[in-house]
Design a protein around this ligand. Structure first.
Ligand SMILES: [Zn+2]
Length: 273
């Protein structure tokens, strides 16, 4: 065994012991963790390994790491808001305004999921963003997955759900093309709504949305797409496709029409708009 291996096993054991002590409430968060700004490449690597979105592309502006000794155990990243409407409709700001960031990823070592290490990282990284002249942080919680309890714990204000929408998935793999979709092959599927949260760092920045009572844990919405069959039906052209939501791709399903029609659940939505 090389020296390197001995050292590695020492660190792993050490971190595990500290995590256990923290989870058993023998050690407080402030005595267990340290926080610092980290390099984007380090954050991306950690997120690719531990976040459910894996290596889905995103661009962080500031990244903060949660450490036990010198081992990275969590990471929070902040980006320019994704939907350009956010700046205008939330704050009446221009799209190129840099005062507002979006929490793009909050990712922990799996052993720390569900502990208050997550809120410790989020809360303290928000504090560090003050020195970056950031005035507010927005974040969206997908209502098919969670209500955003972690944001409530960290004193974000709640501004209700985004509008109900459907997306058109074209048969050639694009999503939500602008303009006419009437003669284009593909399927309409419901889009998950998002719980909107904002944490204000500078009270001079006013959010134009109306604050609302926070949703309770368990207010999870179900969105029907294919009813776990991985197949969706387009009533307009009477064609079956692989479910673009569940299979991450859309392709025309050939084969036996009776077999395909035996899936009783027709999940397509009539063309709207
Ligand atoms: Zn599906």
């Amino acid at each position: 065994m090389s020296e390197g291996q001995i050292e590695l096993s020492f660190w792993v054991t050490n971190v595990d012991a500290k995590i256990e002590a923290f989870k058993n409430r023998e050690a407080k968060a402030k005595n267990t963790f340290t926080l610092s700004e980290i390099d984007k490449a380090v954050a991306y690597k950690f997120i690719a390994q531990y976040h459910y979105l894996k290596d889905a592309k995103f661009f962080a502006k500031f990244c903060y790491g949660l450490f036990i000794d010198n081992v990275l155990v969590g990471c929070a990243t902040y980006s320019n808001p994704q939907g350009i409407v956010a700046m205008k409709s939330w704050f009446g700001l221009e799209n190129d305004n840099q005062d507002v960031l979006e929490l793009s990823r909050l990712c922990m070592l799996p052993k720390l999921n569900g502990t208050n290490a997550t809120s410790y990282l989020l809360g303290n990284s928000l504090r560090l963003l003050k020195s970056k002249q950031v005035k507010a942080v927005i974040t969206l919680a997908d209502d098919s997955r969670h209500v955003g309890s972690i944001y409530q714990v960290c004193n974000f204000k709640y501004y209700g759900l985004t509008d109900k929408k459907t997306d058109f998935y074209t048969a050639d793999g694009r999503t939500n093309p602008r303009g006419q979709t009437k003669d284009i092959k593909g399927v309409w599927l419901p889009r998950t709504q998002k719980h909107r949260y904002c944490y204000t760092l500078d009270e001079s920045l006013i959010c134009l949305l109306k604050e609302q009572p926070k949703p309770n844990v368990g207010m999870i919405n179900n969105y029907e797409c294919c009813n776990q069959t991985n197949k969706v039906f387009d009533k307009r052209f009477k064609e079956w496709y692989s479910c673009p939501k569940c299979t991450n791709s859309i392709s025309l399903l050939g084969g036996d029409e009776n077999f395909l029609n035996s899936f009783s659940h027709e999940s397509s939505i009539e063309a709207q708009k």
